[in-house]
Design a protein around this ligand. Structure first.
Ligand SMILES: [Zn+2]
Length: 510
């Protein structure tokens, strides 16, 4: 089918290379369709047969039956698969087996995707989930306030039961907002029991979690002062006990503290001995930020591709080049960086260096738990910088970031930084089915004029209708599936009260 674009140029509606960037047909504007997806995977051919599809009841699909997500506007975010104004996604077991229009498959559970955008779940590369019971505690706090109160008071006195409740609450909250994978930057391992509790909370939630094992919290700020400290050596036990396969929902990282390079390199070696990737905060405020830390680390042992660098706001040019040349990944927590004084979110710097960053919420103590906030923040900050340079007369200003760019940062780049790019991040046949359905027939979006624009410009957590993780339905018709909310509420409230009591902080909500 050929259309004539409003710019007068003919283009094929099924070909992404022909899609004009300027004037577009209404159809093209809504949701571009890619020819790549016509190359349906072989497995799809095996299941295509006269439809005997049945409508799934609300709630989880019956175990063992394939799931067919039918008739949604599909943003695969895989450039080879492309996007579709209307298509189906077939899921067999935990994996996507086909993405194309008009799939007909026998004996499937059908999820009606009419009036929704179907896309990969958001991927967060850095969130301190042990703070799930401390949400919104510091709306006006700086980084210093955060360290003094959240880490050295609440964190230092948190019990294992508190950590379990917090991680469970944070994980369920993530799923509820369409974040299907989170790296839990977990620096609350005051004892091994705290570690077991955090893992239990994540496991129970059903989230695709990357557990990044970090140091304890203490009143002094020195993790070595924790009486029950087993960091970092206990990572060997975690590998044996919980993470003995990479082919599972939860995977293992090491969350590295920032300190003198000669203290940190042995910790990185412990991670690598355990086969764990590494994540570390660098280039935020203070002496640590501008200390050329990465240059010093690189002098001891060259940086590797197994490391994610968080914030990076005040890194020097040599450090940026080291990250790029080593193949490392970057996590920008744009909202918190503007709020708490980390420095300017290095979006343009990252782009200039040739690195497509991933995104992160960081702390729910002062940041909303959803990714709509993150993508809008990143888009707005970069464009503000690009505009400022234009207005200042810069003859060679940076290109504007696009809405699609930030969606890719929030999905496929997140998967890459979490070491999961072969498993998730796009709707690609063969990948695990981490999928969200975002409702377009709601008052904040309708009528939809542009699918990517609908997600990035108009939507919020209220549009998250359905969530699947590894092919399992976690949310359906706007409700989490199989979650006892009364119990979760009780666990959260009890942990919150206990933590305030142990931290000797009055629990005044006003
Ligand atoms: Zn952080």
């Amino acid at each position: 089918m050929f259309h004539s674009g409003s710019n007068g140029r003919s283009f094929h509606s099924g070909c992404p290379c022909c899609a004009p960037r300027g004037g577009v047909s209404r159809r093209q504007f809504l949701c571009t369709t890619a020819i790549g997806a016509v190359a349906a995977p072989a497995i799809a051919a095996n299941v295509i047969a006269p439809a005997k599809a049945q409508q799934a009841p609300s709630g989880a699909a019956a175990p063992g039956r394939p799931i067919l997500i039918k008739g949604g506007c599909v943003l695969s975010l895989d450039r080879a698969v492309g996007d579709f104004e209307q298509a189906d996604v077939l899921i067999e077991g935990s994996r996507i087996s086909a993405v194309q229009p008009n799939i007909s498959a026998p004996n499937v559970e059908v999820i009606d995707a009419a009036n929704t955008i179907v896309m990969p779940g958001f991927v967060d590369t850095h969130r301190h989930m042990w703070q799930g019971i401390l949400r919104n505690v510091l709306p006006d706090g700086s980084l210093v306030d955060y360290i003094e109160t959240v880490q050295r008071k609440f964190g230092a006195t948190m019990t294992a039961d508190d950590v379990y409740a917090a991680d469970l609450l944070s994980a369920l909250g993530a799923i509820d907002t369409g974040v299907t994978c989170v790296l839990d930057w977990s620096h609350i391992h005051n004892t091994p029991e705290h570690t077991d509790a955090a893992i239990k909370g994540l496991q129970e939630s059903g989230l695709r979690a990357v557990f990044a094992y970090g140091a304890p919290q203490t009143a002094s700020g020195r993790w070595q002062d924790a009486a029950g400290n087993k960091y970092p050596g206990d990572i060997a036990r975690l590998r044996r006990q919980y993470f003995n396969s990479e082919d599972q929902l939860m995977t293992l990282f090491l969350a590295s503290p920032g300190a003198a390079p000669d203290q940190i390199m042995p910790i990185w070696r412990t991670a690598r001995d355990a086969g764990a990737r590494i994540t570390i905060h660098v280039g935020n405020t203070g002496e640590f930020g501008r200390s050329a830390f990465l240059e010093k680390m690189n002098a001891i042992e060259p940086l590797k591709s197994d490391t994610t660098y968080i914030h990076c706001c005040v890194l020097n040019d040599t450090e940026w080049k080291l990250i790029k040349d080593s193949g490392g990944t970057v996590s920008i927590a744009g909202y918190v960086e503007t709020l708490m004084g980390h420095g300017r979110p290095p979006i343009q710097k990252s782009i200039d260096t040739g690195i497509r960053p991933s995104l992160s919420v960081d702390v729910e103590t002062s940041v909303p738990n959803d990714f709509f906030t993150q993508i809008r923040t990143i888009l707005s900050l970069q464009k503000n910088e690009a505009w400022a340079r234009r207005h200042a007369g810069d003859k060679n200003p940076p290109a504007f970031l696009t809405a699609r760019d930030v969606l890719e940062y929030a999905t496929v780049e997140g998967a890459r930084a979490n070491g999961l790019e072969r498993k998730v991040g796009t709707l690609t046949p063969g990948k695990e089915a981490d999928i969200i359905l975002l409702r377009t027939n709601m008052l904040n979006v309708m009528p939809m004029n542009n699918a990517v624009g609908a997600v990035v410009t108009s939507m919020g957590p209220q549009n998250v209708d359905t969530v699947l993780i590894g092919g399992k339905v976690m949310k359906r018709n706007g409700q989490l599936v199989g979650v006892d909310l009364a119990r979760i509420t009780r666990l959260g409230n009890e942990a919150q009260e206990r933590n305030y009591r142990n931290a000797n902080i009055p629990n005044k909500r006003i």
